[in-house]
Design a protein around this ligand. Structure first.
Ligand SMILES: [Zn+2]
Length: 483
């Protein structure tokens, strides 16, 4: 709490010092911002202890404060609308997607005529034409297409993403912008990150002050890759309709091979949005086996699931649910997006104005059964690979193979890298030990995976630089040989 109070006061100074202001006369009719003025121009029981009501804060929102919204989907549409109606006018939005017809039920800035167009462009056009004076600048791009100079221009960044990799990358980018003097963090280099995520009826909102409070990677291991339902439940004690569907899918399908074909078992990383970040999901290869898009396949699984459900007096197995379980569809729920985006936009408002104490720092929301919210302070991880500035240790015996190091980097709960590229310096030369993303280099370096660290010429204390899609910066590891 003390940290946050301290920061928001500092922040005010920092923000006020930045002036990229522009004037937009004419569109602010009498009473237009009364709803915002109520928060900023009078004291109240919940205001920040250091808050002094004034007209300056509103002017700051309207003319100076620059916000970046990442994602123009379910959360992004809500965020843009909320921010624009709260007085923020200088907003940029980044989204690499185009509009699909299935988005239209909740991504309310889009219309049927917009299908196929970039989400960022359409969302920006809609807001700009509907809310006078608002200047949303769209970027139909990936976040990775921009460098630090782009991100540095914003006062606050809000994420409404459905990908943990993108979220971690953004987190890493903001950490890379921090500057330290004699080991002391310069608060003016901090860009607050407000992160929202939803998954069905669950969601979370969090406030991250990079370098000061827990970052995305600090909390990564709270949510280890989670396998869906325990096999014993599916096989012997089903309680839910989903258990019956999983029984038909995992056990009956490969055994009975209703449509012929060979079974292939693959791991599939499924980007979930919020609490359980990466679920390795067992799927069956489409060409040879169960195809979630094939109605006959789904019908078969549906019928078997019904039989199984009847046996255990379980109700609720439907065709739609069967398809959802087989295809791992987590329905997007408009009301969850609305709640989480509202919480995020409120935090942006609180930090930009310093009028209220920001969320400290992690809010979970759940309305699967009744309504539940809970806020807790996620703690920084001392040796977080993203934000701690502490060298990362790798403990391996010299006889360990490079493959084991690779597996550690991808499977360790607090690292969860995707396709790490490992380089080092040997005899003064840069050497790529393994790199997956470029085919020719992968082929050339693949034999290294079977070699031991000793055979590769690595020594105790050797530094390994690891690059990965989860971070814009390479992570340095120090190899510690164990006996
Ligand atoms: Zn961290």
């Amino acid at each position: 709490m003390i940290l946050i109070v301290f920061f928001s006061v500092k922040m005010k100074i920092v923000i006020m010092a930045v002036d990229g202001g522009h004037r937009d006369g004419g569109c602010d009719w009498d009473g237009r911002w009364n709803h915002v003025k109520k928060f900023l121009e009078r004291p109240g029981p919940f205001t920040h202890p250091d808050f002094e009501p004034s007209t300056e804060s509103l002017q700051f929102l309207l003319e100076t404060c620059k916000i970046l919204v990442i994602g123009a989907g379910g959360l992004g549409c809500e965020l843009l609308k909320n921010l624009a109606l709260s007085g923020f006018r200088l907003i940029h939005v980044v989204d690499m997607d185009t509009i699909d017809v299935s988005n239209l039920n909740r991504q309310f800035l889009f219309r049927p005529k917009d299908v196929g167009r970039p989400k960022a462009d359409v969302a920006a056009d809609f807001i700009n034409s509907r809310i006078p004076g608002c200047k949303v600048v769209p970027h139909f791009k990936k976040i990775q297409d921009f460098d630090d100079s782009f991100y540095r221009q914003f006062h606050i960044i809000v994420c409404g993403l459905d990908s943990i990799i993108a979220r971690r990358w953004m987190n890493g980018m903001l950490i890379s912008l921090l500057s330290y003097e004699d080991g002391v963090l310069d608060p003016s280099s901090i860009i607050p990150l407000i992160d929202g995520g939803t998954e069905g009826f669950k969601g979370n909102a969090r406030v991250i002050l990079p370098g000061m409070t827990a970052c995305i990677d600090c909390t990564l291991e709270l949510y280890p890759p989670q396998i869906n339902f325990p096999m014993c439940t599916i096989a012997s004690m089903p309680r839910l309709p989903e258990h019956c569907i999983e029984y038909a899918r995992i056990l009956q399908w490969p055994k009975e091979k209703p449509f012929g074909g060979k079974l292939k078992y693959i791991f599939f990383y499924f980007n979930l949005i919020t609490l359980c970040n990466l679920l390795p999901v067992h799927l069956y290869n489409k060409e040879t086996s169960l195809d979630g898009d094939n109605p006959e396949h789904i019908q078969w699984v549906f019928e078997r699931s019904q039989e199984r459900a009847a046996e255990f007096s379980i109700t609720g197995v439907t065709y739609r649910l069967t398809q959802g379980v087989v295809k791992r569809i987590i329905p997007a729920v408009a009301s969850t997006n609305a709640v989480i985006a509202a919480a995020c936009a409120t935090e942006v408002f609180k930090i930009a104005t310093s009028a209220y104490i920001p969320l400290n720092n992690y809010l979970v929301f759940n309305d699967v059964d009744g309504l539940y919210t809970y806020t807790f302070e996620a703690e920084r991880k001392e040796n977080c690979s993203a934000c701690s500035q502490v060298p990362q240790d790798l403990q391996f015996p010299p006889s360990a193979k490079l493959q084991e190091v690779l597996e550690y980097l991808t499977e360790n709960a607090s690292l969860q890298m995707k396709s790490p590229a490992i380089t080092t310096t040997l005899e003064g030369k840069n050497k790529t030990l393994y790199l997956q993303s470029v085919k020719s280099i992968e082929e050339r370096t693949r034999p290294n995976l079977c070699k031991t660290l000793k055979e590769l010429g690595l020594s105790d204390g050797q530094e390994l630089a690891v690059a990965d899609v989860t971070t814009p910066q390479t992570v340095l590891f120090k190899l510690n040989f164990t006996a």
